[in-house]
Design a protein around this ligand. Structure first.
Ligand code: NI
Ligand code: MN
Length: 224
């Protein structure tokens, strides 16, 4: 299985014909990844309604005929764009053709900005995605929660955790999150895209200690 970091909170999971992308914020992400580079995307996972996560979901879904998996409120909003959707909600676990998806809670907002208005986007979430016996946890945007201790029983193989602070956990809280979740490997995300979320991933790696921390550059992949 191949996991690729496309900057900010964008993670791509590839296994056989399954090509899933989480929080596809591509335009405005300030990196060299182009929407046209994203082909054969089978599934799109959206953790919450903020622009830097919902991102280019509609455009990618239309181009690739992808299935979008998100909470009920975001799906209700997306359905008017005539895209394929599957609504879930916090705590729910569903079997798909590629594996299973469990929607976990996140401590954050989920409003969808449309012009000057903000549309209700339900509760923000994270995802535990199991593909071919491997479990990936993407925390979305969240503050540290004690509920993360519950994820220990999931035996997560790779956890993608925000470290940028201001809108989410900072490095110190993210280190505690890793201790709660106890994943086999952790990858820091949601940092250095904007000035407000500047953080040093090497400092995070040092503070995490025992758990294997993998710092992925933008467009860099890892195998699991
Ligand atoms: Ni957010
Ligand atoms: Mn964000």
């Amino acid at each position: 299985m191949k996991l690729t970091y496309l900057g900010h909170s964008v993670v791509m999971i590839e296994e056989g014909k399954f090509k899933g992308i989480i929080d596809p914020f591509i335009k405005g992400n300030n990196n060299e990844v182009k929407l046209d580079d994203l082909v054969n995307i089978t599934h799109i996972f959206v953790t919450h309604g903020h622009g830097d996560h919902l991102g280019d979901t509609v455009e990618i879904a239309k181009k690739n005929n992808s299935l979008i998996i998100a909470n009920h409120e975001i799906v209700s909003y997306l359905n008017k764009f005539n895209v394929n959707t599957h609504a879930m909600h916090i705590g729910g676990k569903t079997k798909f053709d590629f594996g299973t998806v469990k929607m976990t809670n996140a401590l954050h907002g989920s409003g969808i900005s449309v012009g000057n208005d903000m549309i209700y986007g339900g509760n923000p979430c994270g995802f535990v995605i199991e593909v071919n016996g491997k479990k990936i946890y993407h925390a979305g945007d969240t503050g540290l929660t004690y509920d993360m201790k519950l994820l220990q029983s999931e035996n997560v193989d790779v956890a993608f955790i925000p470290i940028g602070g201001n809108f989410t956990m900072d490095i110190n809280d993210a280190v505690l999150a890793v201790d709660f979740i106890k994943p086999k490997k952790v990858v820091p995300i949601h940092y250095n895209t904007f000035d407000l979320i500047k953080a040093d991933p090497i400092e995070f790696k040092k503070k995490v200690g025992q758990t294997e921390t993998i710092i992925l550059n933008i467009n860099q992949s890892m195998g699991i």
